[in-house]
Design a binder for this molecule. Structure first.
Ligand code: FAD
Length: 453
Protein backbone atom coordinates (compact mmCIF):
# COMPACT_ATOMS: atom_id res chain seq x y z
CA UNK A 1 0.00 0.00 0.00
CA UNK A 2 1.18 3.56 -0.71
CA UNK A 3 2.53 5.70 2.12
CA UNK A 4 0.27 8.72 2.62
CA UNK A 5 1.85 10.08 5.80
CA UNK A 6 2.62 13.34 4.08
CA UNK A 7 -0.98 14.05 2.94
CA UNK A 8 -2.73 16.52 5.25
CA UNK A 9 -6.51 16.14 5.08
CA UNK A 10 -8.77 18.69 6.71
CA UNK A 11 -12.41 17.73 7.30
CA UNK A 12 -14.90 20.48 8.15
CA UNK A 13 -18.00 18.90 9.75
CA UNK A 14 -17.84 15.62 11.68
CA UNK A 15 -21.19 14.05 10.72
CA UNK A 16 -21.47 10.68 8.93
CA UNK A 17 -19.67 11.97 5.80
CA UNK A 18 -16.83 13.68 7.67
CA UNK A 19 -16.41 10.96 10.29
CA UNK A 20 -16.21 8.10 7.78
CA UNK A 21 -13.78 10.00 5.53
CA UNK A 22 -11.59 10.82 8.54
CA UNK A 23 -11.46 7.23 9.84
CA UNK A 24 -10.73 5.67 6.45
CA UNK A 25 -8.11 8.29 5.52
CA UNK A 26 -6.43 7.89 8.92
CA UNK A 27 -6.44 4.09 8.49
CA UNK A 28 -4.75 4.42 5.12
CA UNK A 29 -2.18 6.75 6.67
CA UNK A 30 -3.09 10.40 6.09
CA UNK A 31 -2.66 13.13 8.73
CA UNK A 32 -6.26 14.07 9.47
CA UNK A 33 -7.78 17.05 11.27
CA UNK A 34 -11.53 17.33 11.88
CA UNK A 35 -13.20 20.61 12.81
CA UNK A 36 -16.67 20.11 14.33
CA UNK A 37 -18.66 22.84 15.99
CA UNK A 38 -21.25 20.72 17.83
CA UNK A 39 -21.10 16.96 18.09
CA UNK A 40 -18.97 14.31 16.36
CA UNK A 41 -21.60 12.17 14.62
CA UNK A 42 -23.37 15.27 13.34
CA UNK A 43 -27.03 16.12 13.00
CA UNK A 44 -27.58 12.46 12.13
CA UNK A 45 -26.89 11.46 15.72
CA UNK A 46 -28.02 14.57 17.53
CA UNK A 47 -31.38 15.27 15.86
CA UNK A 48 -32.07 13.06 12.86
CA UNK A 49 -31.58 9.31 12.36
CA UNK A 50 -30.87 8.13 15.91
CA UNK A 51 -33.33 10.11 18.07
CA UNK A 52 -36.13 9.83 15.49
CA UNK A 53 -35.70 6.04 15.30
CA UNK A 54 -35.48 5.84 19.10
CA UNK A 55 -38.85 7.63 19.22
CA UNK A 56 -40.16 5.19 16.61
CA UNK A 57 -39.02 2.35 18.89
CA UNK A 58 -41.03 3.82 21.79
CA UNK A 59 -44.08 4.33 19.60
CA UNK A 60 -43.83 0.73 18.29
CA UNK A 61 -43.64 -0.55 21.86
CA UNK A 62 -46.76 1.43 22.77
CA UNK A 63 -48.73 0.16 19.79
CA UNK A 64 -47.56 -3.42 20.52
CA UNK A 65 -48.93 -3.03 24.07
CA UNK A 66 -52.20 -1.56 22.80
CA UNK A 67 -52.61 -4.41 20.29
CA UNK A 68 -51.53 -7.19 22.66
CA UNK A 69 -55.15 -8.35 22.98
CA UNK A 70 -54.88 -9.89 19.50
CA UNK A 71 -52.28 -12.30 20.88
CA UNK A 72 -54.41 -13.20 23.90
CA UNK A 73 -52.81 -10.79 26.37
CA UNK A 74 -55.68 -8.85 27.90
CA UNK A 75 -54.50 -7.51 31.26
CA UNK A 76 -52.69 -4.47 29.85
CA UNK A 77 -53.61 -1.28 31.73
CA UNK A 78 -53.53 2.30 30.39
CA UNK A 79 -50.17 3.24 28.87
CA UNK A 80 -48.60 6.49 30.06
CA UNK A 81 -45.72 8.16 28.24
CA UNK A 82 -43.20 10.20 30.26
CA UNK A 83 -41.63 12.64 27.76
CA UNK A 84 -38.88 13.51 30.27
CA UNK A 85 -37.74 9.88 30.56
CA UNK A 86 -37.97 9.41 26.79
CA UNK A 87 -35.95 12.57 26.19
CA UNK A 88 -33.22 11.43 28.65
CA UNK A 89 -33.13 8.04 26.88
CA UNK A 90 -32.64 9.73 23.47
CA UNK A 91 -29.86 11.94 24.79
CA UNK A 92 -28.07 9.02 26.43
CA UNK A 93 -28.11 7.06 23.14
CA UNK A 94 -26.68 10.05 21.25
CA UNK A 95 -23.93 10.62 23.79
CA UNK A 96 -22.94 6.93 23.84
CA UNK A 97 -22.66 6.93 20.04
CA UNK A 98 -20.71 10.18 20.07
CA UNK A 99 -18.20 8.94 22.61
CA UNK A 100 -17.56 5.74 20.65
CA UNK A 101 -17.03 7.80 17.47
CA UNK A 102 -14.67 10.18 19.28
CA UNK A 103 -12.75 7.22 20.77
CA UNK A 104 -12.31 5.73 17.30
CA UNK A 105 -10.91 8.99 15.86
CA UNK A 106 -8.71 9.39 18.92
CA UNK A 107 -7.29 5.88 18.60
CA UNK A 108 -6.43 6.61 14.97
CA UNK A 109 -4.52 9.76 15.86
CA UNK A 110 -7.05 12.12 14.21
CA UNK A 111 -6.78 15.66 15.53
CA UNK A 112 -10.21 16.97 16.60
CA UNK A 113 -10.89 20.66 16.99
CA UNK A 114 -14.14 21.95 18.53
CA UNK A 115 -15.05 25.08 16.63
CA UNK A 116 -16.34 26.53 13.36
CA UNK A 117 -14.23 25.87 10.29
CA UNK A 118 -13.84 28.31 7.40
CA UNK A 119 -11.60 28.30 4.34
CA UNK A 120 -9.26 31.27 4.11
CA UNK A 121 -7.52 30.30 0.86
CA UNK A 122 -6.94 27.35 -1.47
CA UNK A 123 -4.81 25.47 1.13
CA UNK A 124 -5.60 27.29 4.35
CA UNK A 125 -8.46 27.40 6.83
CA UNK A 126 -9.25 28.74 10.25
CA UNK A 127 -11.05 27.08 13.16
CA UNK A 128 -12.85 29.61 15.34
CA UNK A 129 -12.80 28.13 18.84
CA UNK A 130 -13.69 29.37 22.33
CA UNK A 131 -9.97 29.79 22.95
CA UNK A 132 -9.31 31.79 19.79
CA UNK A 133 -8.62 31.12 16.12
CA UNK A 134 -6.44 28.22 14.96
CA UNK A 135 -4.83 28.50 11.50
CA UNK A 136 -4.60 25.21 9.56
CA UNK A 137 -2.77 24.31 6.34
CA UNK A 138 -3.96 21.33 4.30
CA UNK A 139 -3.31 19.50 1.04
CA UNK A 140 -6.92 18.30 0.58
CA UNK A 141 -10.11 19.37 2.27
CA UNK A 142 -13.55 17.81 2.66
CA UNK A 143 -16.55 20.05 3.26
CA UNK A 144 -19.18 17.97 5.05
CA UNK A 145 -21.21 20.53 6.95
CA UNK A 146 -24.65 18.97 6.41
CA UNK A 147 -28.00 20.72 6.32
CA UNK A 148 -30.72 21.98 8.65
CA UNK A 149 -34.53 21.93 8.49
CA UNK A 150 -35.88 24.61 6.20
CA UNK A 151 -38.29 27.09 7.78
CA UNK A 152 -40.60 28.79 5.25
CA UNK A 153 -40.80 32.59 5.44
CA UNK A 154 -44.45 32.38 6.56
CA UNK A 155 -43.47 30.65 9.81
CA UNK A 156 -41.54 31.66 12.92
CA UNK A 157 -40.47 28.81 15.17
CA UNK A 158 -41.10 28.84 18.92
CA UNK A 159 -42.15 26.30 21.56
CA UNK A 160 -45.36 25.40 19.67
CA UNK A 161 -44.28 25.86 16.05
CA UNK A 162 -41.20 23.72 15.54
CA UNK A 163 -39.09 21.53 13.26
CA UNK A 164 -37.76 18.01 13.87
CA UNK A 165 -34.84 19.53 15.82
CA UNK A 166 -37.12 20.56 18.70
CA UNK A 167 -39.24 17.40 18.84
CA UNK A 168 -36.90 15.56 21.21
CA UNK A 169 -37.02 18.15 23.96
CA UNK A 170 -40.78 18.82 24.05
CA UNK A 171 -41.82 19.06 27.72
CA UNK A 172 -45.02 17.13 27.04
CA UNK A 173 -46.78 15.26 24.27
CA UNK A 174 -48.72 17.67 22.01
CA UNK A 175 -52.47 17.30 22.34
CA UNK A 176 -53.08 18.00 18.62
CA UNK A 177 -50.24 18.51 16.16
CA UNK A 178 -50.59 19.66 12.55
CA UNK A 179 -47.76 18.17 10.49
CA UNK A 180 -46.90 20.25 7.42
CA UNK A 181 -45.18 18.11 4.79
CA UNK A 182 -45.92 14.53 3.74
CA UNK A 183 -42.49 13.42 2.56
CA UNK A 184 -40.39 10.85 4.47
CA UNK A 185 -39.75 13.07 7.52
CA UNK A 186 -43.38 14.23 7.71
CA UNK A 187 -44.86 10.71 7.60
CA UNK A 188 -42.36 9.40 10.18
CA UNK A 189 -43.39 12.21 12.53
CA UNK A 190 -47.09 11.46 11.92
CA UNK A 191 -46.39 7.84 12.80
CA UNK A 192 -44.54 8.80 16.00
CA UNK A 193 -47.07 11.28 17.35
CA UNK A 194 -50.17 9.29 16.40
CA UNK A 195 -48.72 6.15 18.06
CA UNK A 196 -47.70 8.04 21.19
CA UNK A 197 -51.26 9.32 21.58
CA UNK A 198 -51.44 12.83 20.03
CA UNK A 199 -54.26 13.79 17.70
CA UNK A 200 -52.60 14.41 14.31
CA UNK A 201 -53.63 16.33 11.20
CA UNK A 202 -51.40 15.89 8.14
CA UNK A 203 -51.36 18.46 5.35
CA UNK A 204 -50.74 16.62 2.07
CA UNK A 205 -50.06 19.11 -0.72
CA UNK A 206 -50.52 16.54 -3.55
CA UNK A 207 -52.89 13.60 -4.20
CA UNK A 208 -51.20 11.26 -1.79
CA UNK A 209 -48.43 11.10 0.83
CA UNK A 210 -44.88 10.33 -0.41
CA UNK A 211 -45.59 11.88 -3.84
CA UNK A 212 -42.46 10.42 -5.49
CA UNK A 213 -43.14 6.82 -4.49
CA UNK A 214 -45.41 4.10 -5.89
CA UNK A 215 -49.06 5.07 -5.22
CA UNK A 216 -49.66 1.51 -3.95
CA UNK A 217 -47.08 2.05 -1.18
CA UNK A 218 -48.56 5.43 -0.25
CA UNK A 219 -52.05 3.88 -0.05
CA UNK A 220 -50.94 1.26 2.50
CA UNK A 221 -49.52 4.02 4.67
CA UNK A 222 -52.56 6.27 4.29
CA UNK A 223 -54.85 3.38 5.30
CA UNK A 224 -52.76 2.78 8.40
CA UNK A 225 -52.91 6.51 9.29
CA UNK A 226 -56.68 6.61 8.76
CA UNK A 227 -57.15 3.48 10.90
CA UNK A 228 -55.56 5.23 13.85
CA UNK A 229 -57.57 8.43 13.35
CA UNK A 230 -55.06 10.71 11.61
CA UNK A 231 -56.84 13.46 9.63
CA UNK A 232 -55.41 13.66 6.09
CA UNK A 233 -56.07 16.98 4.35
CA UNK A 234 -55.22 16.28 0.71
CA UNK A 235 -54.43 18.95 -1.85
CA UNK A 236 -53.78 21.37 1.03
CA UNK A 237 -50.63 23.46 0.96
CA UNK A 238 -49.84 25.48 4.10
CA UNK A 239 -49.56 29.23 3.59
CA UNK A 240 -49.16 30.47 7.16
CA UNK A 241 -49.12 29.57 10.82
CA UNK A 242 -49.69 31.80 13.82
CA UNK A 243 -49.92 31.53 17.57
CA UNK A 244 -53.27 31.81 19.33
CA UNK A 245 -53.86 32.11 23.08
CA UNK A 246 -54.17 28.33 23.48
CA UNK A 247 -52.07 26.98 20.59
CA UNK A 248 -51.66 27.56 16.85
CA UNK A 249 -53.74 28.05 13.75
CA UNK A 250 -52.42 26.81 10.41
CA UNK A 251 -53.74 28.45 7.21
CA UNK A 252 -53.77 26.75 3.80
CA UNK A 253 -53.72 28.11 0.25
CA UNK A 254 -57.20 26.66 -0.34
CA UNK A 255 -58.62 28.78 2.47
CA UNK A 256 -58.74 26.34 5.37
CA UNK A 257 -57.73 27.22 8.95
CA UNK A 258 -56.84 24.37 11.29
CA UNK A 259 -56.65 25.00 15.02
CA UNK A 260 -54.31 22.78 17.00
CA UNK A 261 -52.00 22.84 20.00
CA UNK A 262 -48.76 22.55 17.94
CA UNK A 263 -47.46 22.71 14.37
CA UNK A 264 -44.52 20.64 13.10
CA UNK A 265 -42.79 21.87 9.94
CA UNK A 266 -41.31 19.05 7.82
CA UNK A 267 -40.93 20.85 4.52
CA UNK A 268 -37.36 20.14 3.46
CA UNK A 269 -33.88 21.27 4.34
CA UNK A 270 -31.33 24.00 3.63
CA UNK A 271 -27.57 23.39 3.14
CA UNK A 272 -25.05 24.61 5.74
CA UNK A 273 -22.82 26.36 3.21
CA UNK A 274 -22.83 29.92 4.55
CA UNK A 275 -19.73 31.41 6.21
CA UNK A 276 -17.53 28.56 4.96
CA UNK A 277 -15.24 30.83 2.94
CA UNK A 278 -16.30 29.13 -0.32
CA UNK A 279 -15.74 32.32 -2.33
CA UNK A 280 -12.12 32.65 -1.15
CA UNK A 281 -11.36 29.26 -2.74
CA UNK A 282 -13.57 29.86 -5.80
CA UNK A 283 -16.00 27.03 -4.98
CA UNK A 284 -19.24 27.16 -6.93
CA UNK A 285 -22.66 26.64 -5.36
CA UNK A 286 -26.12 26.07 -6.76
CA UNK A 287 -29.04 27.22 -4.59
CA UNK A 288 -26.64 27.01 -1.66
CA UNK A 289 -25.67 23.37 -2.33
CA UNK A 290 -22.12 22.48 -3.42
CA UNK A 291 -22.18 20.60 -6.75
CA UNK A 292 -19.68 17.74 -7.08
CA UNK A 293 -18.65 15.22 -9.74
CA UNK A 294 -19.02 11.41 -9.43
CA UNK A 295 -16.03 11.30 -7.04
CA UNK A 296 -17.42 14.12 -4.88
CA UNK A 297 -14.83 16.61 -6.15
CA UNK A 298 -16.04 20.24 -6.36
CA UNK A 299 -15.08 22.55 -9.21
CA UNK A 300 -11.70 22.92 -7.41
CA UNK A 301 -9.62 19.76 -7.89
CA UNK A 302 -8.35 19.20 -4.31
CA UNK A 303 -11.57 20.28 -2.58
CA UNK A 304 -14.23 17.64 -1.91
CA UNK A 305 -17.77 17.94 -0.58
CA UNK A 306 -20.06 15.19 0.72
CA UNK A 307 -23.33 14.51 2.48
CA UNK A 308 -26.35 16.78 2.72
CA UNK A 309 -24.42 19.93 1.79
CA UNK A 310 -24.15 18.52 -1.78
CA UNK A 311 -27.90 18.00 -2.12
CA UNK A 312 -27.66 14.53 -3.70
CA UNK A 313 -29.56 11.86 -1.77
CA UNK A 314 -29.85 13.19 1.80
CA UNK A 315 -29.29 10.00 3.80
CA UNK A 316 -26.80 9.19 6.50
CA UNK A 317 -25.94 5.90 4.77
CA UNK A 318 -25.13 7.77 1.55
CA UNK A 319 -23.04 10.38 3.39
CA UNK A 320 -21.05 7.60 5.10
CA UNK A 321 -20.38 5.77 1.84
CA UNK A 322 -19.39 9.02 0.09
CA UNK A 323 -16.94 9.75 2.93
CA UNK A 324 -15.33 6.30 2.63
CA UNK A 325 -14.92 6.60 -1.14
CA UNK A 326 -13.58 10.16 -0.90
CA UNK A 327 -10.86 9.10 1.56
CA UNK A 328 -9.58 6.51 -0.90
CA UNK A 329 -9.96 8.77 -3.94
CA UNK A 330 -8.10 11.72 -2.46
CA UNK A 331 -5.25 9.41 -1.45
CA UNK A 332 -4.92 8.17 -5.01
CA UNK A 333 -6.70 4.81 -4.75
CA UNK A 334 -9.07 3.54 -7.44
CA UNK A 335 -12.72 3.84 -6.43
CA UNK A 336 -15.96 3.09 -8.24
CA UNK A 337 -18.39 6.02 -8.19
CA UNK A 338 -21.41 5.57 -5.92
CA UNK A 339 -24.46 4.30 -7.81
CA UNK A 340 -27.39 6.23 -6.29
CA UNK A 341 -29.93 3.90 -7.92
CA UNK A 342 -28.74 1.07 -5.70
CA UNK A 343 -29.18 2.78 -2.35
CA UNK A 344 -31.52 0.90 -0.02
CA UNK A 345 -33.91 3.28 1.73
CA UNK A 346 -36.48 2.88 4.47
CA UNK A 347 -39.34 4.85 5.93
CA UNK A 348 -39.80 3.98 9.60
CA UNK A 349 -43.56 3.98 9.88
CA UNK A 350 -46.01 1.21 10.73
CA UNK A 351 -45.87 -0.65 8.42
CA UNK A 352 -42.28 0.13 7.49
CA UNK A 353 -41.56 0.83 3.83
CA UNK A 354 -38.22 -0.12 2.28
CA UNK A 355 -37.06 -0.06 -1.29
CA UNK A 356 -33.97 -0.46 -3.41
CA UNK A 357 -33.15 -0.04 -7.08
CA UNK A 358 -35.82 0.37 -9.72
CA UNK A 359 -39.36 1.14 -8.50
CA UNK A 360 -42.47 0.28 -10.50
CA UNK A 361 -43.39 3.97 -10.88
CA UNK A 362 -39.99 4.74 -12.44
CA UNK A 363 -40.00 1.66 -14.72
CA UNK A 364 -43.40 2.80 -16.02
CA UNK A 365 -42.27 6.41 -16.58
CA UNK A 366 -39.15 5.17 -18.43
CA UNK A 367 -41.31 2.82 -20.56
CA UNK A 368 -39.06 -0.02 -19.42
CA UNK A 369 -40.26 -3.64 -19.67
CA UNK A 370 -39.89 -5.36 -16.31
CA UNK A 371 -41.11 -8.49 -14.59
CA UNK A 372 -42.89 -7.70 -11.32
CA UNK A 373 -43.67 -10.42 -8.80
CA UNK A 374 -45.43 -9.68 -5.54
CA UNK A 375 -46.60 -11.64 -2.51
CA UNK A 376 -48.71 -10.36 0.40
CA UNK A 377 -47.33 -10.79 3.92
CA UNK A 378 -50.77 -12.14 4.85
CA UNK A 379 -49.51 -15.41 3.30
CA UNK A 380 -46.42 -15.51 5.55
CA UNK A 381 -46.78 -17.77 8.64
CA UNK A 382 -44.34 -15.74 10.79
CA UNK A 383 -46.17 -12.49 10.01
CA UNK A 384 -49.45 -14.13 11.00
CA UNK A 385 -47.92 -15.55 14.22
CA UNK A 386 -46.66 -12.09 15.19
CA UNK A 387 -49.98 -10.44 14.36
CA UNK A 388 -48.35 -8.08 11.83
CA UNK A 389 -49.41 -9.33 8.42
CA UNK A 390 -50.06 -5.95 6.72
CA UNK A 391 -47.95 -5.38 3.64
CA UNK A 392 -46.20 -7.12 0.79
CA UNK A 393 -42.89 -7.96 -0.89
CA UNK A 394 -42.32 -6.98 -4.49
CA UNK A 395 -39.35 -7.98 -6.65
CA UNK A 396 -38.62 -6.31 -9.98
CA UNK A 397 -36.40 -8.10 -12.47
CA UNK A 398 -35.36 -7.98 -16.10
CA UNK A 399 -37.60 -10.40 -18.06
CA UNK A 400 -34.80 -11.35 -20.46
CA UNK A 401 -31.83 -11.78 -18.12
CA UNK A 402 -33.74 -12.46 -14.85
CA UNK A 403 -31.36 -10.02 -13.10
CA UNK A 404 -32.90 -8.37 -10.03
CA UNK A 405 -33.39 -4.65 -10.71
CA UNK A 406 -35.19 -3.57 -7.57
CA UNK A 407 -37.68 -4.36 -4.89
CA UNK A 408 -40.03 -2.97 -2.30
CA UNK A 409 -41.00 -4.37 1.07
CA UNK A 410 -43.92 -2.95 3.02
CA UNK A 411 -44.40 -4.50 6.45
CA UNK A 412 -42.99 -5.10 9.89
CA UNK A 413 -39.14 -5.04 9.80
CA UNK A 414 -39.13 -4.04 6.11
CA UNK A 415 -35.94 -2.02 6.77
CA UNK A 416 -34.16 -5.31 7.59
CA UNK A 417 -35.97 -7.48 5.04
CA UNK A 418 -34.82 -5.34 2.13
CA UNK A 419 -31.19 -6.51 2.66
CA UNK A 420 -31.24 -9.64 0.44
CA UNK A 421 -32.86 -7.69 -2.39
CA UNK A 422 -30.30 -4.87 -1.96
CA UNK A 423 -27.50 -7.43 -2.16
CA UNK A 424 -29.04 -8.97 -5.29
CA UNK A 425 -29.33 -5.51 -6.95
CA UNK A 426 -25.76 -4.54 -6.02
CA UNK A 427 -24.23 -7.85 -7.10
CA UNK A 428 -26.36 -8.16 -10.28
CA UNK A 429 -27.78 -11.47 -9.07
CA UNK A 430 -30.57 -13.29 -10.89
CA UNK A 431 -33.89 -13.97 -9.18
CA UNK A 432 -32.73 -17.60 -9.06
CA UNK A 433 -30.18 -16.66 -6.37
CA UNK A 434 -33.03 -15.50 -4.12
CA UNK A 435 -35.14 -18.51 -5.05
CA UNK A 436 -32.42 -21.02 -4.28
CA UNK A 437 -31.40 -19.51 -0.93
CA UNK A 438 -32.83 -21.77 1.75
CA UNK A 439 -34.30 -19.36 4.30
CA UNK A 440 -35.26 -20.15 7.90
CA UNK A 441 -38.83 -21.33 8.45
CA UNK A 442 -40.98 -19.73 9.71
CA UNK A 443 -39.45 -16.33 8.94
CA UNK A 444 -40.50 -13.08 7.29
CA UNK A 445 -37.59 -13.33 4.85
CA UNK A 446 -39.16 -16.44 3.28
CA UNK A 447 -41.47 -14.00 1.48
CA UNK A 448 -38.48 -12.61 -0.42
CA UNK A 449 -37.75 -16.00 -1.96
CA UNK A 450 -41.44 -16.49 -2.65
CA UNK A 451 -41.71 -13.07 -4.34
CA UNK A 452 -38.79 -14.00 -6.60
CA UNK A 453 -40.71 -17.06 -7.88
C1 FAD B 1 -35.75 13.77 11.16
C2 FAD B 1 -34.73 13.11 10.27
C3 FAD B 1 -34.54 11.75 10.32
C4 FAD B 1 -33.59 11.14 9.51
N1 FAD B 1 -33.47 9.79 9.56
C5 FAD B 1 -32.59 9.16 8.76
C6 FAD B 1 -32.46 7.75 8.78
O1 FAD B 1 -33.17 7.06 9.51
N2 FAD B 1 -31.53 7.15 7.97
C7 FAD B 1 -30.73 7.90 7.15
O2 FAD B 1 -29.89 7.30 6.43
N3 FAD B 1 -30.83 9.25 7.09
C8 FAD B 1 -31.73 9.90 7.88
N4 FAD B 1 -31.83 11.27 7.84
C9 FAD B 1 -30.90 12.04 7.00
C10 FAD B 1 -29.53 12.20 7.69
O3 FAD B 1 -29.69 12.71 8.99
C11 FAD B 1 -28.59 13.11 6.89
O4 FAD B 1 -28.60 12.70 5.56
C12 FAD B 1 -27.17 13.04 7.45
O5 FAD B 1 -27.14 13.61 8.73
C13 FAD B 1 -26.19 13.79 6.55
O6 FAD B 1 -24.91 13.64 7.07
P1 FAD B 1 -23.80 14.79 6.84
O7 FAD B 1 -22.51 14.21 7.27
O8 FAD B 1 -23.93 15.36 5.50
O9 FAD B 1 -24.22 15.98 7.81
P2 FAD B 1 -24.64 16.16 9.32
O10 FAD B 1 -25.07 14.91 9.98
O11 FAD B 1 -25.60 17.30 9.28
O12 FAD B 1 -23.29 16.63 10.01
C14 FAD B 1 -22.68 17.86 9.64
C15 FAD B 1 -21.86 18.36 10.81
O13 FAD B 1 -21.13 19.51 10.39
C16 FAD B 1 -21.07 20.44 11.47
N5 FAD B 1 -20.79 21.77 10.91
C17 FAD B 1 -21.58 22.53 10.11
N6 FAD B 1 -20.92 23.66 9.76
C18 FAD B 1 -19.70 23.60 10.36
C19 FAD B 1 -18.56 24.46 10.38
N7 FAD B 1 -18.53 25.59 9.68
N8 FAD B 1 -17.49 24.08 11.12
C20 FAD B 1 -17.50 22.94 11.84
N9 FAD B 1 -18.54 22.07 11.84
C21 FAD B 1 -19.61 22.41 11.11
C22 FAD B 1 -22.43 20.31 12.11
O14 FAD B 1 -22.40 20.74 13.46
C23 FAD B 1 -22.69 18.81 12.00
O15 FAD B 1 -22.26 18.14 13.16
C24 FAD B 1 -32.80 11.92 8.63
C25 FAD B 1 -32.99 13.30 8.56
C26 FAD B 1 -33.94 13.91 9.37
C27 FAD B 1 -34.13 15.41 9.29
Amino acid sequence: MQNHNDTRLLVIGGGPAGHSAATVAATIGAQVTVIEDKVIGGAAHLWDCIPSKAMVASSMRISAIRNAGRLGIDEVGPVHLDMGVLSDHLHSISSKIESSMVDLLDSQGVEMIRGRGRLTGLNTAVAETDDGDIEIEFDKVLLSTGSRPWVPDWATTDERIFTTREVYSLPELPEHVVVVGSGVTGVEMVHIFSSLGSKVTLLVSRHHVLPHRDAEVAMVLEDSFLERGVALLKGSRASGVERTSGGVVVHTEDGRSIEASHCLLAVGSAPNSENLGLETAGIETSRGYIPVNEYNVTNVAHIYAAGDVCGELPLSSVATMQGRKIARHLLGHDVAPLDYRKVAQAIFTEPEIASVGLEEVHAASEGRKVRITKVPLAANPRALIQGNAHGFVKVISDPATRIVLGGTVVGHHASELIAPIALAVTAHLRVDALLETLMVHPSLVESIAEAAE
